[in-house]
Ligand binder design. Structure first.
Ligand SMILES: *Cc1c(COP(=O)(O)O)cnc(C)c1O
Length: 378
């Protein structure tokens, strides 16, 4: 990309960290379980195509995306491997996706028909069953009808049922009773599909948290998103796997200056200086996906110290407390990173803002440039 280390504000993504994380997860599940790296939502904000390439290099047999546009963008970028897509609405361009060899997901008889009638080659279709998340997927009462229809279309040579899968509601809470119930329901769904004559090659249920915390749910493929990016899917519950956060968000300080006790800072003066101090202007705001809610809550890293955000985060900028220091404009400001030098992490931002690390990394973007690097040591 065009940015340099002096960019106003940018996302720096360490692809060596992604490869390292995917390899660690691969080692954890062993050779009999296929690895799907989930790269939806622009690779959780890390850049879908670059992450996909790194995941393939680290041995991911599969990539997972939500939308057909994402799946087609992977093909346009030259990825020839297995890709599963799981969220469609009526009227999707199935024909192009089928021709491109994308595995589609069907929840209903109507979707199976729409895919089968899209023309051209035999579609690869995976059946998604709702085992208790109560989001997408065939409702339990509809399994017999959906499965029977899928088996019929497969026997008629109209499509291939390549997988059957489901998704957990609470895999980040391993003691939650929904996990056992969902795994049991999933086993019933697999048995029913087999009774109806289907032999789907893939059976999968686990996202990152379940992959790590619930080996019984790995079946023969796992779908790892957040852990591939080096973030903890179940903070406080995950054993240390040596995963490395791949994303750093940094900016160049726009200015620093003296302020006096009693001065109100940023819109609405929600912070009033409680002493004479110095402040810095960071040129990134909610237009870059820095949450406005971070005002007076999160902190950043400048000159080897944590610096508190003071007052509201604006559209283009926010203000930090420099505690008497006056670093020159251009000084490096790290909003969050892997944490190995002491800087805040996406996990810390998530805790400060009462959200999850997924949202922190996925929402940053806007005007931020994204730069991909390969750090030697990760
Ligand atoms: C996003 C997603 C995943 C990945 O979840 P992580 O918790 O990030 O590992 C897996 N499966 C489905 C269906 C998803 O939507």
């Amino acid at each position: 990309m065009t940015s340099t280390a002096a960019a106003r504000a940018e996302i720096v993504v360490d692809l060596a960290a992604i490869r390292h994380n995917v390899s660690r997860l691969r080692e954890l599940v062993g050779p009999d379980v296929a690895m799907m790296t989930v790269v939806k939502a622009d690779g959780y904000g890390h850049g879908m195509v670059e992450v996909a390439r790194a995941a393939r290099q680290a041995g991911s047999e599969w990539l997972g995306v939500a939308t057909l546009d994402e799946a087609m963008a992977l093909r346009e970028a030259g990825d020839p491997g297995r890709v599963l897509c799981w969220l469609a609405v009526p009227g999707e361009e199935y024909a192009a996706a089928v021709a491109a060899g994308i595995d589609l997901t069907a929840y209903t008889v109507a979707e199976l028909d729409e895919i089968a009638e899209s023309g051209g080659e035999r579609a690869r279709v995976q059946l998604k069953v709702d085992t208790g998340l109560t989001r997408g997927g065939a409702a339990r009462a509809d399994w017999p009808a959906v499965f029977a229809h899928a088996a019929e279309l497969e026997q008629a040579g109209r499509l291939d049922i390549t997988g059957i899968w489901s998704h957990f509601a609470a895999s980040d809470e391993p003691e939650h009773p929904a996990n056992d119930a969902q795994e049991a329901a999933f086993r019933e769904a697999v048995a029913l599909a087999e009774e109806l004559g289907m032999r789907p090659e893939l059976r999968h249920l686990a996202n990152s948290a379940a992959t790590i915390l619930r080996p019984s749910a790995r079946f023969n493929l796992v779908r790892c998103g957040i852990a591939s990016y080096g973030l903890d899917p179940a903070p406080g519950r995950t054993p240390d796997l040596g995963l490395v956060p791949a994303m750093t968000v940094r900016a160049s300080l726009a200015m620093s200056k003296q302020i006096a006790i009693g001065d109100g800072v940023s819109y609405g003066h929600t912070w009033i200086a409680d002493r004479d101090t110095t402040v810095g202007v960071v040129p990134a705001g909610y237009g870059e996906g820095v949450p406005r809610a971070a005002g007076n809550l999160a902190s950043v890293w400048v000159d080897d110290r944590r610096r508190a955000i003071r007052g509201r985060v604006c559209m283009d900028q926010f203000v930090i407390d420099l505690d008497g220091d006056l670093p020159p404009p251009g000084t490096d400001v790290v909003l969050f990173g892997p944490g190995d030098r002491g800087e805040p992490t996406a996990q810390e931002w998530a805790e400060a803002l009462d959200t999850i690390n997924y949202e922190i990394v996925t929402r940053v973007g806007g005007r931020l440039a994204r730069r991909h690097v390969n750090r030697e040591d990760s």
